[in-house]
Structures are given as structure tokens and as C-alpha cells.
Design a protein around this ligand. Sequence first.
Ligand SMILES: [Zn+2]
Length: 124
Amino acid sequence: MKIEFKKIPQTPKEFQTEFNSVKLEGNFCKMSPSLVKIEADFCGSVPIECCRCGKSEDLELNESLDFLLSDGVFDKESDELVIEIENGIIDFDEIIQNEIASIQSEYHFCKECANTDEVFEKEF
Ligand SMILES: [Zn+2]
């Protein structure tokens, strides 16, 4: 689902997008001419590889994801997560895929490895 930045209403509007078995649903509204606020629930399961043994397991997601979208470069201070978008088009499919990719790039241990007492040095 894609929507033009300038067409975002000031009253909250619902959206829903899915990628594989992950769902992102919630609402969005315009806060200023160049900022859109998204309040959404992020749920489903994401396969994630153990960084120690390489085994893949499903990580259950059930979290709220609130962030701002900036039309172009955002150069102010913000306590909230700000995602900069290009071309004036908000692409919810791209947002969900990026979120999944960032979860998959996190340092993760499978249940077995998390339960071992061995000292494991982080390798970056
Ligand atoms: Zn493991």
C-alpha cells in the first residue's frame, strides 16, 4: 500500500499491511506539512537465525510500533523514531519489510544457545 504524503489527512486514518506472516496495522495522520505520525501494532512471526549455531527459529512479534515519517530529510531533535521518506510517497510495504529486516539483523541466540552457560564472545 502506497499513499502520497500530501494526501494524508489530519484525522487519523486506518491502514493495514502484511508481509509473509507479519502484520502491521494501525492508523496514521498528518502532524505538520512534512510529518506524519504512525501508531501501529506489529505482530506475527519472523524467522531469525541464531548468531551462534545458525539455526533458524521463529520470533513471535507482538509489539506496538509508533514512529514519525518525515517528508525528506529530518534535521530536528526527536525522542521518537523518525523515518525519512523520499519522493513524497509513503510505502507501507517498504516500511514493514525494513522493520522485519532490522529485527532479523539483531543479535539473536536460539533457545538452546541462550541456555548454555558458556561464555560467548561477541563477534562483529
Ligand atoms: Zn543457537
